[in-house]
Design a protein around this ligand. Sequence first.
Ligand code: ZN
Length: 485
Amino acid sequence: MTRILLEDVTVLTLDRRKPLLERQRILIDGGVIAAVARRVDAPLEARRIDCSGMIAMPGLVNAHSHLTEILQRSFRDNLPMEIWRGERARTEERARLGPEEISAAAELACAEMLKSGVTAVVDHFSTRPGLSVPKMEAILSAFERTGIRGVLVPSVRDRDFVRMASLPANRRKERTEPEPWREEVQEIIGRLRRGRSLSGLMLGPSSPLNCSDGLLREVAAMAQRLDLGIHTHLLETRLQSWAAARLYPGTLCGHLAKLGFLSSRLSAAHGVWLTDREIDLLAASGASVVHNPASNLKLGSGIAPVAKLRNRGVNVALGTDGGDTSDTYSIFEQMKLAACLSRVAGTNPDDWVTAEDALAMGTVNGAEAIPAWRGKIGRIKSGYRADLVLLKPGLRLRPLTDPVRQLVFSAGGGDAVHTVLVDGKIVLEAGRLTGVDENALSRRIEPLGKKMYRLYRLERNKRDRSQSAAALLYRRLNREKRAPL
Ligand SMILES: [Zn+2]
């Protein structure tokens, strides 16, 4: 295993008392950070990298995303989520993407992330029509080719909450439409465990509203039995909040707590419409929330109650959501948005997300949200896996006076990312990906993007039953003049 010695580097510690350590050496041995200090003796055969003028920061963690949605990047504009999602799903349904195409899409998203300093990603993978082992393997192979640390979360659901909640209570019967996932997921888990892969798997109900109680109970039990994390969307939109109130009078999270679904295994994306009582339940359970500010803004979903979550002790991480809703996979962008949005969400400056807070949310909090990564990545510290980013400050960071603040407020998508290591392996060197031929990847992706766009044009402006119901409900909710955010 390669030993690497990073010499003369400024280390971003995420420690408030001493956020920066200058003229450090970092010794990486067998994928692990073996030492961080002014003086470190390295074996003669260690590869030495002169990092003078560079800053080492922990790799960024994208704790909620959908990689294949990159194929529909920027297709849609002013539509609420439930209508948006219907168009995307039907476009995918027509495209019938095969493993090759899925893998190319995931590789593009992973390549983009590595180049902007994201070293670990959670891919909440939904695919139409239906999940299969080759499709999941296609995502894993993209993780492996690019060298990113990835967790695959196959999305499962067995009902449509919009159609269900729009019916009056006396006509509402649980009608489930199960999709295959159990054997497929177990096969992938077996493969990952046999191969001692860098990649992992978590269970991923699409959202509790789209799952029957039976499915949620089964997921919680399987996670316990196989020691897996669980990832889901939670109360992302106003329509979901309305539906949750109709379907679960004692609050959705209250219902989930009764099912045994809330625990430290769980990371829940969005949480925009959580009530105070639900935030308390999440805090008590040890679950994490993943804030996706770009997606929430673009879809008009609202602003997540980040200050309340943090004040009650909930771990808040960051995610980009899919490439079609937030347009990029940049965590630098989410850090800046999270910091700025917090100032619109509340007037008390003590509650605002500072640059230090945002950096923690984009790194160590992301690691804490994922059981397999907890305590292993997210910091540059002896004993942690060597997932780190070397930044070479360019013009956007000049004059360089306060790197912590400037990285959040002026780095803009990681212009300064120079070299990236994942598990001690160099995956980006001086701006060039080591595992990806960018030109060849672009040549594979362009015709695929054109195919998707052609199919999307056939589907846009059409409404299926679920979308028509959602449009009607949004009109009603807007008339009720509930607070827009
Ligand atoms: Zn999502």
